[in-house]
Design a protein around this ligand. Structure first.
Ligand code: NDP
Length: 241
Protein backbone atom coordinates (compact mmCIF):
# COMPACT_ATOMS: atom_id res chain seq x y z
CA UNK A 1 0.00 0.00 0.00
CA UNK A 2 1.19 3.52 -0.80
CA UNK A 3 1.40 6.43 1.55
CA UNK A 4 -1.86 7.52 3.16
CA UNK A 5 -3.32 10.78 1.86
CA UNK A 6 -6.27 12.75 3.24
CA UNK A 7 -8.12 15.25 1.08
CA UNK A 8 -10.59 17.61 2.73
CA UNK A 9 -13.63 18.40 0.62
CA UNK A 10 -12.61 15.34 -1.38
CA UNK A 11 -16.00 14.19 -2.60
CA UNK A 12 -16.83 16.90 -5.14
CA UNK A 13 -15.18 19.30 -7.57
CA UNK A 14 -11.43 19.80 -7.37
CA UNK A 15 -11.11 17.61 -4.27
CA UNK A 16 -12.69 14.62 -6.00
CA UNK A 17 -10.26 14.97 -8.92
CA UNK A 18 -7.36 15.19 -6.44
CA UNK A 19 -8.50 11.99 -4.69
CA UNK A 20 -8.70 10.06 -7.96
CA UNK A 21 -5.33 11.33 -9.17
CA UNK A 22 -3.64 10.41 -5.88
CA UNK A 23 -5.26 6.96 -5.94
CA UNK A 24 -4.08 6.43 -9.51
CA UNK A 25 -0.59 7.46 -8.38
CA UNK A 26 -0.61 4.67 -5.78
CA UNK A 27 -1.66 6.48 -2.60
CA UNK A 28 -4.16 5.12 -0.10
CA UNK A 29 -6.71 7.91 -0.10
CA UNK A 30 -9.38 9.10 2.35
CA UNK A 31 -11.88 11.81 1.36
CA UNK A 32 -13.41 14.11 3.95
CA UNK A 33 -16.62 16.06 3.31
CA UNK A 34 -19.03 18.27 5.25
CA UNK A 35 -22.65 17.26 4.74
CA UNK A 36 -23.61 16.25 1.20
CA UNK A 37 -24.08 12.51 1.83
CA UNK A 38 -25.54 11.86 -1.60
CA UNK A 39 -22.49 13.26 -3.40
CA UNK A 40 -20.20 11.37 -1.01
CA UNK A 41 -22.00 8.04 -1.62
CA UNK A 42 -21.88 8.48 -5.39
CA UNK A 43 -18.19 9.43 -5.23
CA UNK A 44 -17.34 6.46 -3.02
CA UNK A 45 -19.23 3.98 -5.23
CA UNK A 46 -17.58 5.33 -8.38
CA UNK A 47 -14.03 5.46 -7.04
CA UNK A 48 -13.83 2.94 -4.20
CA UNK A 49 -12.34 5.70 -2.02
CA UNK A 50 -13.65 5.78 1.58
CA UNK A 51 -15.34 8.96 2.79
CA UNK A 52 -15.33 10.54 6.24
CA UNK A 53 -17.81 13.21 7.28
CA UNK A 54 -16.89 16.09 9.53
CA UNK A 55 -16.67 19.87 9.50
CA UNK A 56 -13.09 21.16 9.17
CA UNK A 57 -14.02 24.32 11.05
CA UNK A 58 -14.19 22.26 14.28
CA UNK A 59 -10.81 21.38 15.82
CA UNK A 60 -12.33 18.58 17.91
CA UNK A 61 -14.03 17.07 14.85
CA UNK A 62 -10.73 17.15 12.94
CA UNK A 63 -8.87 15.41 15.77
CA UNK A 64 -11.53 12.69 15.97
CA UNK A 65 -11.86 12.29 12.18
CA UNK A 66 -8.12 12.04 11.62
CA UNK A 67 -7.79 9.51 14.45
CA UNK A 68 -10.43 7.35 12.75
CA UNK A 69 -8.62 7.56 9.39
CA UNK A 70 -5.28 6.68 11.01
CA UNK A 71 -6.88 3.69 12.73
CA UNK A 72 -8.38 2.55 9.41
CA UNK A 73 -5.59 3.36 6.97
CA UNK A 74 -2.39 4.18 8.86
CA UNK A 75 -0.53 7.42 9.59
CA UNK A 76 -1.42 10.41 7.45
CA UNK A 77 1.62 11.31 5.36
CA UNK A 78 -0.01 13.58 2.78
CA UNK A 79 -2.64 16.15 3.73
CA UNK A 80 -4.46 18.18 1.10
CA UNK A 81 -6.38 21.08 2.64
CA UNK A 82 -8.90 21.61 -0.14
CA UNK A 83 -12.28 22.17 1.59
CA UNK A 84 -13.59 25.63 0.91
CA UNK A 85 -16.76 27.67 0.70
CA UNK A 86 -17.87 31.06 -0.57
CA UNK A 87 -20.34 33.46 1.07
CA UNK A 88 -20.01 36.37 -1.34
CA UNK A 89 -21.33 39.88 -0.90
CA UNK A 90 -20.14 43.46 -1.15
CA UNK A 91 -18.40 44.47 2.05
CA UNK A 92 -21.01 47.04 3.10
CA UNK A 93 -23.60 44.26 3.04
CA UNK A 94 -21.43 41.45 4.44
CA UNK A 95 -22.67 40.01 7.72
CA UNK A 96 -20.45 38.80 10.56
CA UNK A 97 -21.79 35.29 9.83
CA UNK A 98 -20.64 35.47 6.20
CA UNK A 99 -17.21 36.60 7.40
CA UNK A 100 -16.87 33.92 10.11
CA UNK A 101 -18.12 31.01 8.03
CA UNK A 102 -15.54 31.63 5.31
CA UNK A 103 -12.63 32.35 7.69
CA UNK A 104 -13.45 29.35 9.88
CA UNK A 105 -13.63 26.89 6.98
CA UNK A 106 -11.07 28.28 4.52
CA UNK A 107 -8.39 29.48 6.95
CA UNK A 108 -8.90 28.06 10.45
CA UNK A 109 -9.65 24.71 8.79
CA UNK A 110 -5.97 24.56 7.80
CA UNK A 111 -4.88 24.88 11.44
CA UNK A 112 -7.52 22.38 12.58
CA UNK A 113 -6.46 19.74 10.06
CA UNK A 114 -2.71 20.26 10.04
CA UNK A 115 -2.05 20.57 13.77
CA UNK A 116 -3.25 17.04 14.67
CA UNK A 117 -1.02 15.37 12.01
CA UNK A 118 2.03 17.63 12.43
CA UNK A 119 3.69 15.86 15.38
CA UNK A 120 3.39 12.47 13.67
CA UNK A 121 4.95 13.87 10.50
CA UNK A 122 7.82 15.35 12.54
CA UNK A 123 8.34 12.06 14.35
CA UNK A 124 8.45 10.12 11.06
CA UNK A 125 10.57 12.81 9.33
CA UNK A 126 8.24 12.91 6.35
CA UNK A 127 5.16 14.87 5.40
CA UNK A 128 3.46 16.70 2.57
CA UNK A 129 0.96 19.49 3.29
CA UNK A 130 -0.71 20.97 0.21
CA UNK A 131 -3.08 23.90 0.67
CA UNK A 132 -5.57 24.87 -2.00
CA UNK A 133 -5.65 28.66 -1.91
CA UNK A 134 -6.97 30.78 -4.80
CA UNK A 135 -6.07 33.40 -7.37
CA UNK A 136 -8.39 35.66 -5.38
CA UNK A 137 -6.14 35.31 -2.35
CA UNK A 138 -3.29 36.60 -4.51
CA UNK A 139 -4.99 39.52 -6.23
CA UNK A 140 -8.10 40.23 -4.10
CA UNK A 141 -11.62 40.16 -5.53
CA UNK A 142 -14.44 42.61 -4.96
CA UNK A 143 -17.45 40.92 -3.40
CA UNK A 144 -15.12 38.41 -1.75
CA UNK A 145 -13.36 40.28 1.05
CA UNK A 146 -13.92 37.31 3.37
CA UNK A 147 -12.74 34.72 0.82
CA UNK A 148 -9.77 36.80 -0.37
CA UNK A 149 -8.64 37.36 3.23
CA UNK A 150 -8.90 33.65 4.07
CA UNK A 151 -7.11 32.54 0.91
CA UNK A 152 -4.32 35.12 1.38
CA UNK A 153 -4.05 33.78 4.94
CA UNK A 154 -3.59 30.28 3.53
CA UNK A 155 -0.50 31.51 1.68
CA UNK A 156 0.96 33.10 4.83
CA UNK A 157 0.23 29.88 6.75
CA UNK A 158 2.05 27.92 4.03
CA UNK A 159 5.16 30.12 4.02
CA UNK A 160 5.53 30.18 7.81
CA UNK A 161 4.87 26.48 8.38
CA UNK A 162 7.20 25.51 5.51
CA UNK A 163 10.06 27.06 7.47
CA UNK A 164 9.17 25.02 10.56
CA UNK A 165 8.84 21.74 8.64
CA UNK A 166 11.87 22.02 6.36
CA UNK A 167 14.43 20.43 8.65
CA UNK A 168 12.00 17.60 9.47
CA UNK A 169 11.35 16.39 5.93
CA UNK A 170 7.94 18.04 5.76
CA UNK A 171 7.08 20.28 2.82
CA UNK A 172 4.22 22.77 2.89
CA UNK A 173 3.04 24.29 -0.38
CA UNK A 174 0.07 26.21 -1.73
CA UNK A 175 -1.70 25.93 -5.06
CA UNK A 176 -3.65 28.93 -6.35
CA UNK A 177 -6.20 27.83 -8.94
CA UNK A 178 -7.82 30.34 -11.23
CA UNK A 179 -11.39 29.74 -12.35
CA UNK A 180 -12.05 25.98 -12.49
CA UNK A 181 -15.26 24.49 -13.85
CA UNK A 182 -16.75 23.12 -10.61
CA UNK A 183 -20.14 23.72 -8.99
CA UNK A 184 -18.61 26.68 -7.10
CA UNK A 185 -17.91 28.44 -10.41
CA UNK A 186 -20.87 27.06 -12.38
CA UNK A 187 -23.03 28.86 -9.78
CA UNK A 188 -21.89 32.13 -11.38
CA UNK A 189 -24.51 33.27 -13.96
CA UNK A 190 -23.58 32.02 -17.46
CA UNK A 191 -23.69 35.54 -18.89
CA UNK A 192 -21.14 36.74 -16.29
CA UNK A 193 -18.93 33.71 -16.97
CA UNK A 194 -18.99 34.14 -20.75
CA UNK A 195 -18.86 37.92 -20.97
CA UNK A 196 -16.74 38.92 -17.99
CA UNK A 197 -14.75 36.05 -16.55
CA UNK A 198 -13.61 33.86 -19.45
CA UNK A 199 -12.44 36.84 -21.57
CA UNK A 200 -9.99 37.67 -18.72
CA UNK A 201 -8.35 34.23 -18.97
CA UNK A 202 -5.63 34.25 -21.63
CA UNK A 203 -6.02 30.53 -22.44
CA UNK A 204 -9.68 31.30 -23.20
CA UNK A 205 -11.41 28.72 -21.02
CA UNK A 206 -12.06 27.59 -17.45
CA UNK A 207 -9.57 25.17 -15.94
CA UNK A 208 -10.39 21.51 -15.30
CA UNK A 209 -10.27 19.99 -11.80
CA UNK A 210 -7.83 17.40 -13.14
CA UNK A 211 -5.38 20.20 -13.98
CA UNK A 212 -5.21 21.13 -10.28
CA UNK A 213 -5.00 17.46 -9.30
CA UNK A 214 -1.85 17.08 -11.44
CA UNK A 215 -0.21 19.88 -9.41
CA UNK A 216 -1.08 18.09 -6.17
CA UNK A 217 0.38 14.76 -7.33
CA UNK A 218 3.58 16.60 -8.32
CA UNK A 219 3.95 18.31 -4.92
CA UNK A 220 3.01 15.17 -2.95
CA UNK A 221 5.76 13.03 -4.47
CA UNK A 222 8.68 11.76 -2.41
CA UNK A 223 11.08 13.41 -4.86
CA UNK A 224 9.47 16.86 -4.49
CA UNK A 225 11.29 17.42 -1.20
CA UNK A 226 13.20 20.51 -2.36
CA UNK A 227 9.99 22.42 -3.10
CA UNK A 228 8.57 24.00 0.04
CA UNK A 229 6.89 27.28 0.91
CA UNK A 230 6.00 27.67 -2.77
CA UNK A 231 2.83 29.08 -4.27
CA UNK A 232 1.98 27.34 -7.53
CA UNK A 233 -0.38 29.37 -9.72
CA UNK A 234 -2.59 27.41 -12.12
CA UNK A 235 -4.82 30.06 -13.63
CA UNK A 236 -4.57 30.03 -17.43
CA UNK A 237 -2.33 33.10 -17.33
CA UNK A 238 -4.98 35.29 -15.70
CA UNK A 239 -2.74 36.61 -12.93
CA UNK A 240 1.05 36.54 -13.14
CA UNK A 241 2.99 36.79 -9.89
P1 NDP B 1 -16.93 22.53 -4.36
O1 NDP B 1 -17.95 23.47 -3.80
O2 NDP B 1 -17.18 21.90 -5.68
O3 NDP B 1 -16.64 21.36 -3.28
C1 NDP B 1 -16.35 21.73 -1.98
C2 NDP B 1 -15.99 20.51 -1.17
O4 NDP B 1 -15.59 20.97 0.13
C3 NDP B 1 -17.16 19.56 -0.94
O5 NDP B 1 -16.68 18.23 -0.88
C4 NDP B 1 -17.69 20.00 0.42
O6 NDP B 1 -18.37 18.97 1.13
C5 NDP B 1 -16.38 20.33 1.13
N1 NDP B 1 -16.56 21.23 2.26
C6 NDP B 1 -17.09 22.48 2.28
N2 NDP B 1 -17.07 22.96 3.53
C7 NDP B 1 -16.53 22.00 4.32
C8 NDP B 1 -16.26 21.91 5.70
N3 NDP B 1 -16.55 22.90 6.55
N4 NDP B 1 -15.73 20.75 6.18
C9 NDP B 1 -15.45 19.73 5.34
N5 NDP B 1 -15.65 19.77 4.01
C10 NDP B 1 -16.19 20.90 3.51
O7 NDP B 1 -15.56 23.36 -4.36
P2 NDP B 1 -14.40 23.43 -5.45
O8 NDP B 1 -14.00 22.06 -5.85
O9 NDP B 1 -14.76 24.41 -6.48
O10 NDP B 1 -13.23 24.11 -4.58
C11 NDP B 1 -12.26 23.34 -3.89
C12 NDP B 1 -11.23 24.29 -3.31
O11 NDP B 1 -10.60 25.01 -4.36
C13 NDP B 1 -11.81 25.33 -2.35
O12 NDP B 1 -10.92 25.57 -1.30
C14 NDP B 1 -11.93 26.55 -3.23
O13 NDP B 1 -11.91 27.73 -2.48
C15 NDP B 1 -10.70 26.40 -4.10
N6 NDP B 1 -10.75 27.11 -5.35
C16 NDP B 1 -11.73 26.82 -6.28
C17 NDP B 1 -11.75 27.50 -7.47
C18 NDP B 1 -12.76 27.21 -8.52
O14 NDP B 1 -12.72 27.91 -9.53
N7 NDP B 1 -13.64 26.24 -8.35
C19 NDP B 1 -10.77 28.55 -7.77
C20 NDP B 1 -9.80 28.76 -6.74
C21 NDP B 1 -9.80 28.05 -5.58
P3 NDP B 1 -19.96 18.71 0.86
O15 NDP B 1 -20.03 18.05 -0.49
O16 NDP B 1 -20.37 17.82 1.97
O17 NDP B 1 -20.61 20.06 0.87
Amino acid sequence: MGRTAVVTGGTRGIGAAICVALKNAGYTVAANYAGNDEAADTFSKQTGIPTYKWDVSSYEACVAGLAKIEADLGPVEVLVNNAGITRDGMFHKMTPDQWSAVINTNLTGLFNMTHPVWTGMRDRSFGRIINISSINGQKGQMGQVNYSAAKAGDIGFTKALAQEGAAKGITVNAICPGYIGTEMVRAVPEKVLNERIIPQIPVGRLGEPEEIARCVVFLAADDAGFITGATLSANGGQYLT
